[in-house]
Design a protein around this ligand. Sequence first.
Ligand SMILES: [Zn+2]
Ligand SMILES: [Zn+2]
Length: 173
Amino acid sequence: MKLDITKGIQRKGIDVPFALTDVWGEDRWNGDTVAYVRPVSLSGTYMLADETVIVRGVARAAIESPCSRCLRPTVTQVEAAFEEAFARDTGEPRQADDDLYMYSGHVLELDEAVRTALLLEMPSRVLCKEDCRGLCSQCGADLNVHACSCQKDLNHSNPFSALASLLNEDEEV
Ligand SMILES: [Zn+2]
Ligand SMILES: [Zn+2]
């Protein structure tokens, strides 16, 4: 996602509106592979103050990641306020703790800043639905689709296993 700041260079101190979209593929987040399933957008304004470019706007994306309970691919709509300063790269050595974004020429590369802003807005646990029942920890069955018998066996210890098998026979009739 590249922002051409030619207009801003000609009009320093003026907010210049812009709107960008870009198609991104897969990414890594929280140990999972995630995917940007629609074009990522950033719209807002930028302004040149001396040689530093201030970019303000809103970033939007639809990010698909596994449900943290059942692993089903789940799309989260993410909207992030964006405000970053980009310093012109003068080629001079910089301090190691200086985490300013840099640019050179008349084009800003925004990918890393936009990505960081978006992923900060992701919920720590993505759920396919509020009451996702998740996977059975014993047999791995998706409990949203069908109940397995593991939980039953766990609750009803030996004295009841005869009853459980009776019930199972009933179900089969
Ligand atoms: Zn789920
Ligand atoms: Zn099970």
